[in-house]
Design a protein around this ligand. Structure first.
Ligand code: C5P
Length: 250
């Protein structure tokens, strides 16, 4: 089946920076969002903030008109994932993700739940993207769990599985982007963390296989997930503006 043809049109004119709100409290998240609103494309809420603060912080940002990428990487039986995706759709999230390793039936259930619940509510469905291979897994770690393919091949394979299930795109490391772009076409969204260098300066941290913002976009990234180079800066809005400037996005 073809991918969703409206995906690219929905994001074509957007600022490509999604800021990872990896903070412990809703107050910190609100302060960052207030500082960055209008200067970035959206905000990513992951395990830490969601587990600490729950859905209220998601609803609060959505109520401000912010785009929220709910990064909870759903991975369960299709019926359970469908329920979680329907609940996220009700919160008004702009993007959410699931693990491609959950298989075709689970991916299709996620897609259908997003489309069905948004149609019932009369709203635009969230973009549904898939995690392929966690970048923390190398060839040996994959082998441990019975996957003999090389990490890049496995990532491309799972990206193609997600595309066939009509998902909007994937999360991928900047190093995987070009191969996935070639395999899955121009319409497919590729969201890349691991952004460092260029105007995305940060102190030493745990990111290893990184790429500068402009290089990631040149390799085919649709959106850049940027955390500490923005959230750890003295002036987060100025840091976001520098990266946007490097991307030619104002
Ligand atoms: O602060 P930093 O820019 O490293 O934040 C990157 C964000 O992207 C974090 O929220 C991290 O959990 C997420 N992420 C990642 N690498 C992946 C998947 C997600 O860094 N492979």
């Amino acid at each position: 089946m073809l991918p969703r043809m409206d995906t690219e049109a929905r994001v074509a004119h957007m600022n490509k920076i999604l800021v990872a709100l990896d903070v412990a409290t809703p107050a910190e998240a609100t302060t960052l969002a207030t500082a960055l609103r209008g200067a970035v494309g959206g905000f990513k809420i992951g395990y830490q903030l969601f587990t600490a603060a729950g859905p209220d912080i998601v609803r609060a940002l959505v109520a401000h008109g912010d785009r929220v990428f709910l990064d909870l990487k759903f991975h369960d039986i299709p019926n359970t994932v469908a329920g979680a995706v329907a609940a996220a759709t009700e919160m008004g999230v702009w993007m959410l993700n699931v693990h491609a390793a959950g298989g075709t039936a689970m991916l299709q259930a996620a897609r259908q739940a997003a489309d069905r619940r948004s149609a019932e509510l009369g709203v635009t469905p969230p973009l549904v993207i898939a995690v392929t291979v966690l970048t923390s897994l190398d060839a040996a770690a994959l082998d441990d769990v019975g996957v003999s393919a090389a990490p890049l091949d496995q990532a491309v394979r799972l990206a193609q599985l997600a595309r066939a299930a009509r998902l909007d795109g994937v999360v991928a490391s900047p190093q995987e982007t070009a191969a996935i772009r070639q395999a899955c076409g121009e319409e497919f969204l590729i969201v890349t963390p691991g952004i460092r260098g260029g105007s995305a300066a940060s102190g030493p941290d745990d990111q290893k296989r990184t790429m500068a913002p402009a290089d990631a976009v040149a390799a085919g990234s649709s959106f850049l997930v940027v955390g500490r180079p923005i959230t750890g800066a003295k002036d987060p809005r100025a840091a976001a503006a520098r990266i946007s400037g490097e991307l030619g996005a104002g």
